[in-house]
Design a protein around this ligand. Structure first.
Ligand code: FES
Length: 99
């Protein structure tokens, strides 16, 4: 198999925005709005800081009872956030983390 031309991200952050019928889910806590705020905060950073970082909305991450949740790779660090500001802090901290 030839080597992949796909360049890996330095950080990839997934924010669950899933909704489930009659069951707890992250979007019950306005996860989409929190993600939008985190994206704004990230875009406000100089390009050199956010280069190689991807902030993605995701479907269910399998932690619904702890929602709303987000996770960053490659560290595998999770957050169950209580506010949009807490998610923003998590995202900015993940971007700043030493390699
Ligand atoms: S709905 Fe968000 S982790 Fe399942």
């Amino acid at each position: 198999m030839p080597p992949s031309a796909i360049k890996p991200f330095r950080r990839h952050i997934f924010v669950c925005v899933n909704k489930r019928d009659g069951k707890p889910a992250c979007e019950d806590h306005d996860a989409k709005a929190a993600l939008a705020k985190a994206k704004e905060a990230m875009k406000a950073l100089p390009f050199s800081k956010r280069d190689g970082v991807r902030l993605s909305q995701s479907g269910c991450l399998g932690q619904c009872e702890h929602g709303p949740v987000a996770v960053v790779y490659p560290s595998g660090k999770w957050i169950s956030y209580a506010s949009a500001d807490e998610l923003v802090h998590f995202v900015l901290e993940a971007i700043e983390a030493a390699d």
